[in-house]
Design a protein. Structure first.
Length: 202
């Protein structure tokens, strides 16, 4: 059963963004969550919030339209400077509309582009978030190389957040945790078993 969402604690600009049910449903569906409106979105994504424990820069790998970053800032009460990369140009344009002040922080780019980071973007971040694709190669060598690539962009005392929204993928990764060369410092789990693993960079 979905919980009712109290909007009174949100900023004026955010309340304006979510006030039209049809409009916000389109925004949410662009992020792969279908048919449940803002309360449903809150139910399946707000569980990430405890991992956002300080102000800082937030890079979303495969950022969609940027709505998750906007929500995490509201839910956590921390100021997040948004950055995002996505292979979909329309998504990047949507991010620029979501964050007009930070439009230059969003780029059409593949993850492997990190090896030659584009000029004009900061080179490390307080948070790097990756919703691991359901077709990602989880073989030890391939996945470890991706984690190393992302950790290289995390600031000291920052966090790499690895989100798994596919139960099959989650099962595969949990069977490999004992052999990972990386320490999982925290994990949070949502109401539908979605899980985010946190690797802290000390």
């Amino acid at each position: 059963m979905e919980k009712e969402v109290n909007h009174s604690n949100y900023s004026v600009s955010f309340r304006e963004l979510i006030k039209n049910d049809e409009h916000i449903q389109k925004i949410i569906e662009q992020n792969g969550v279908l048919g449940h409106g803002f309360s449903g979105w809150t139910n399946v994504r707000k569980f990430i919030t405890p991992l956002i424990d300080k102000d800082g820069s937030f890079l979303d790998i495969g950022c969609g339209n940027g709505f998750l970053i906007r929500c995490l800032e509201e839910w956590s009460g921390h100021c997040l400077i948004p950055y995002g990369i996505d292979v979909n140009r329309a998504c990047i344009e949507a991010c620029k509309q979501m964050f007009p002040t930070y439009a230059a922080n969003f780029r059409v780019m593949k993850m492997k582009g990190f090896k030659k980071f584009p000029s004009g973007l900061t080179k490390d971040f307080t948070y790097v978030y990756w919703a691991v694709w359901d077709n990602a190669d989880l073989s030890d060598r391939s996945f470890a190389s991706k984690i190393e690539l992302l950790l290289a962009r995390v600031k000291p005392d920052g966090k790499l957040l690895l989100a798994f929204y596919d139960l099959n993928m989650l099962g595969k990764i949990e069977s490999k945790l004992s052999s990972w060369p990386f320490m999982i410092h925290q994990r949070v789990r949502g109401p539908t078993h979605d899980t985010v693993f946190c690797i802290e960079k000390n």
